[in-house]
Write a new protein. Structure first.
Length: 174
């Protein structure tokens, strides 16, 4: 498989990065939705990792009044349709109670796609990309960083331990 992994720091202007932070984390108006397990996969058991999420796009359709935030991140890099786009907000958890320090290894969709993973803020909780059972890339969350990779690459996130981890994950037609 072609790895096709790109990391772009400051992928959008600083002013736009700050606008996204303000909309998602500084105002009290952004509609976050509670997930009892942010790592949940329909074929796996719960990892008991609560968090917040928000769908900007679902099934190739706009799902939010805030969709422009997600679109503005990927627009400079592709004009392909967005299949789904979600923001995730994870909180530090007591890892002694929940066990593993990484979320469930997964691919977002079965259909061919590219993943555009945008890091809203600096955080701990690296993204890990795998080939077979080996880590091929480790990416630290950094404000304004965009990680682009082939959607067939299995990946996961480490659970944040020092503060919140906020990302926007967009899956785009390949």
């Amino acid at each position: 498989m072609t790895r096709n992994i790109k990391i772009i720091d400051n992928c959008i202007p600083i002013k736009q990065q700050d606008l996204i932070i303000n909309e998602l984390l500084k105002t009290k108006l952004f509609p976050w939705f509670y997930c009892d397990d942010i790592t949940y996969q329909s074929n796996k058991s719960s990892q008991h990792r609560p968090g917040l999420s928000h769908y900007f796009f679902r099934n190739k359709k706009q799902n939010s009044d805030y969709s422009k935030l997600a679109y503005s991140i990927i627009a400079p890099f592709t004009n392909k349709p967005i299949i789904q786009s979600r923001a995730f907000l994870q909180f530090p958890l007591n890892l002694k109670l929940i066990g593993l320090k990484v979320d469930a290894l997964h691919i977002d969709l079965a259909d061919p796609h590219m993943v555009y993973l945008y890091y809203v803020i600096d955080a701990d909780g690296d993204t890990l990309l795998f080939e077979k059972s080996e880590i091929i890339k480790r990416v630290s969350p950094k404000k304004g960083r965009l990680l682009i990779f082939n959607g067939k690459i299995w990946h996961t996130a480490q659970q944040p331990q020092k503060g919140i981890r906020c990302i926007i994950n967009s899956d785009v037609v390949k």
